[in-house]
Write a protein that binds this ligand. Structure first.
Ligand SMILES: [Zn+2]
Length: 253
């Protein structure tokens, strides 16, 4: 089952519940981390000790800005899932690539997204890490202990089983090279990060604010041939639902 972290925020953060415990996806701000913690503590039968992992769809500031805060409220064995490429960013081997089309693509997302921010805490971030602007990318590191991190999609494997309620991580590059989506074939649910946006609640569209437009189109074609989710949960905008395949509702042009 998937639950939205209540309280709003620039990024929509999700909690996945399964027999194995809980996974929190994209706690992108200090406020979101606190809202996730309060939500978990407030639900009957849920405890923070059940949080097995914090999973990150990609290494951008609005998706990683509350990880350390949440981690401090989790048990010692809770891990953080990143795409294997993030290791190069954290070790300084590579700089996060800059995004293009700020003028035409970023501002519409920012203006619409800010309407979901209901408290100042949801704008606070732990560090300046993950800002996709030239010169920023390698200068700041998130306050996340390296030993807590588990790398996904290692060695070119595009998909990997999370051993958690039938959920798998799928490489979905394009918005960034390290983008991951989380898919459950039984529930037919896709948590897609910033691959697809749905800020106008009109079926969504492939994100044109990206590192590589061609790559994101290829990713979408691959996904359309490989999976058929009935619900897509984007990080920005409303859930996309369709009785057969929610990818059919998504505009690609
Ligand atoms: Zn985002």
């Amino acid at each position: 089952m998937i639950y939205e972290v209540p309280g709003g925020g620039f990024v929509r953060s999700w909690i996945i519940s399964a027999d194995e415990g809980l996974i929190v996806v994209d706690p992108g701000s200090i406020g979101t981390a606190d809202s996730a913690r309060e939500f978990i503590r407030g639900r009957t039968g849920w405890k923070m000790s059940q949080v097995r992992a914090i999973a990150v769809t990609h290494f951008h500031v609005d998706h990683i800005g509350g990880i350390a805060r949440l981690l401090r409220a989790c048990p010692d064995d809770t891990v953080v899932y990143f795409h294997a490429r993030v290791r190069d960013y954290l070790t300084g081997k590579k700089e996060i690539p800059a995004l293009h089309n700020w003028k035409t693509q970023f501002w519409p997302i920012a203006i619409k997204g800010i309407k979901n921010v209901h408290s100042f805490n949801h704008l606070l971030i732990e560090s300046m890490a993950g800002i996709p602007l030239r010169g920023f990318g390698s200068r700041f590191l998130p306050p996340i202990p390296m030993e807590k991190i588990r790398w996904l999609c290692v060695g070119g494997e595009g998909r990997c089983d999370l051993a958690f309620g039938g959920w798998e991580a799928m490489e979905t590059p394009g918005h960034t090279a390290d983008s991951i989506s989380f898919y459950n074939a039984k529930e037919r649910a896709l948590i897609c990060g910033d691959l697809i946006l749905n800020l106008d609640d009109d079926g969504g569209h492939l994100n044109a604010f990206c590192e590589d437009r061609k790559r994101i189109e290829e990713t979408f074609r691959f996904l359309s041939s490989a999976i058929a989710p009935r619900a897509i949960y984007p990080a920005h905008g409303a859930t996309i639902r369709h009785p057969e395949n929610a990818l059919l509702a998504v505009k690609t042009a």
